[in-house]
Design a protein around this ligand. Sequence first.
Ligand code: FAD
Length: 210
Amino acid sequence: TASEAKETLKPHDNGKDGLSIYIDPVTGQKIPMRDGKPCRTCVDMKTWKRLGKVAAAKTPEQTASTAKESEPKESSNNKAEAIASSANEDKATTPSAEWQRKNCPPDVEALGSSTWTLLHTMAAYYPERPAPSQMDTMKMFFEGFAQHYPCWFCKDDFQKSVAANPIQVGSRKKLSQWLCERHNEVNEKLGKPKFDCSKVFERWLEGPPN
Ligand code: FAD
């Protein structure tokens, strides 16, 4: 019903920095929002594009009030058009569409994958016997990282994980294993297979054996 539709669009504001959660009326998925728009670095590109189109036509508040005031059929037609048009764009093969895809700001997956590449590579090249100053700066790096990673719910969970499992900066091996375990926690949360942490140097430093 229209009142149920309004209820699903109600923001669940966490009271921080214009961040909130909306329930996607199409999929029921929880969508992280920043300043009333889907948070690009918190959702995958497909979801972001689809919700962006709906939001561009109407803000979430307008969408909620439209759902209340007008026929539900009209609102679901708008959503269907947005989904269809986003699906058509995904299939586009023109050079300019390809260029746009490659040059877009990252979604949660592209950002995550690039970030893990940097973090695991940093850990793999960290000294086997670090000097005290190197231990300090690595610790500070991760403290800053956990404050500034631009997917806020990823960052919140990472902060909790680091609080429960303090960073191990005593050696290359310790840091790499610690990071591998933190990454595995995210893998587990997302339903992805766990990585075998005994293979962390093969993956990030030495490459596969010949
Ligand atoms: P990725 O998980 O990005 O992994 C890249 C490569 O790392 C893999 O191909 C594999 O070879 C290697 N690898 C995998 N696991 C390990 C491991 N344990 N140790 C060493 N190497 C490994 N996304 C969300 O949707 N929700 C979140 O809450 C979330 N939190 C994140 C927190 C952080 C700190 C970061 C950096 C990213 C987070 N992400 C989150 C993004 C998510 O982890 C993935 O990066 C994203 O889903 C893309 O996954 P992928 O399949 O490309 O592989």
